[in-house]
Ligand binder design. Structure first.
Ligand SMILES: [Zn+2]
Ligand SMILES: [Zn+2]
Length: 351
């Protein structure tokens, strides 16, 4: 099948799906009117639909809500039944209708024709504009409600990963999207970048936090610090795992973090006695770092031009292996190439 043929097929399927969904809404409305669920021995239409379709309660409830709303939305119902509006857009229209039914009835034809043609990403804006002119106070209240719903959960999970989920209000979301895109979309232009879009976005978020903690974004002198406690043996022989607040990292990763201790470190000896504690003191002093930035200018990996301020100072011979913290033993590497350097470098065994 040609791409054009596939596109045509997919369009037709979308239309058929909308028609089928519209038909289901009519059936559900009829079932509600005639109390069909109780006649069939169920406590509610939701319970009956769950038994019939196997869908979860939330899906069934949303279908019932759409069916009920359509009763007062004749133009929407017609477009839905003709396959011109998918159920997702009908649901958004139903929310607008609930906000101000009288004005919606007057504007319904225009809103439906816009909802059927405008890009899905633009639809919320179209309806937002309508709400603001129709009932500014209600629109304001809704914006407040959305703002109150903002939440972010960041939690280490059993699988050894850190799970993020949550919701941001449009303003906050815009900020986060713009920041993540500024780092992930530029990377997408690099043909040698083999990361998936999702991996690039994850890296972008981590990089933003990295820059914040490094103070490379400007800001307070008392910047927050991340403390990683590494037993000396683990650091020295590069084997094993290091427990951190959010899970476990490899000894190699711990060596990389300690390599340029913009992240403060506490190193423990075999008896768990701290032998080297650095807080605000960096392994690489500010003066030395300045000299290194001047010499290297950017990441020293061939072909990489990540600016110095987003690079780590990498010890060519790790200080844990006796390497000196002096300019001859240092080179600038961006986060990705610093990672490569530590992962692919044959580990220098100590005698
Ligand atoms: Zn390093
Ligand atoms: Zn690089």
């Amino acid at each position: 099948m040609t791409p054009a043929g596939l596109a045509d097929g997919l369009r037709r399927i979308a239309e058929l799906t909308a028609r089928a969904d519209a038909c289901r809404a009519e059936y559900i409305a009829e079932a509600e009117r005639t109390d069909a669920a109780r006649h069939e021995g169920y406590g509610s239409t939701t319970a009956w639909l769950m038994a019939l379709s196997g869908d979860p309660a939330a899906v069934c409830r949303s279908q019932i809500a759409v069916a009920a709303a359509l009763e007062g939305m004749p133009e929407t119902r017609e477009a839905f039944a003709a396959g011109a509006l998918p159920e997702s857009r009908v649901r958004v229209l139903a929310q607008a209708q609930a906000l101000c039914p009288e004005q919606f009835a007057k504007d319904e034809a225009a809103l439906v024709s816009q909802a059927a043609t405008v890009a899905s990403t633009r639809l919320p804006q179209v309806l937002e504009a309508w709400k603001r002119t129709t009932d500014p106070q209600a629109a304001e209240a809704e914006a407040e409600r959305r703002h109150a719903l903002r939440a972010l959960h960041v939690s280490p999970v059993w699988a050894g990963m850190v799970h993020l989920n949550g919701d941001l209000d449009p303003e906050g979301g815009l900020m986060v999207l713009a920041a993540i895109r500024s780092l992930s979309e530029a990377a997408a232009l690099d043909a040698n970048d083999t990361r998936t879009p999702a991996q690039r976005q994850a890296d972008a978020l981590v990089e933003i936090c990295h820059r914040h903690l490094d103070g490379s974004l400007g800001g307070s002198a008392h910047r927050p610090q991340v403390t990683v406690t590494v037993p000396w043996d683990t650091l020295a022989n590069g084997a094993g795992l290091v427990d951190i607040e959010t899970g476990a990292i490899s000894a190699e990763a711990a060596r990389r973090l300690a390599c340029d201790a913009t992240i403060s470190r506490v190193v423990l000896d075999a008896d768990s006695t701290p032998i080297g504690v650095s807080r605000d003191r960096r392994v690489v002093s500010r003066a030395l770092r300045k000299a290194l930035d001047l010499r290297d200018q950017h990441c020293t990996h061939p072909g990489c031009d990540m600016p110095a301020r987003y690079c780590d100072a990498h010890h060519i011979i790790h200080w844990a292996d006796g390497g000196k913290t002096e300019i001859a033993n240092l080179r600038l590497l961006c986060r990705a190439h610093h990672r490569d350097a530590h992962n692919h470098q044959p580990y220098p065994r100590r005698q």
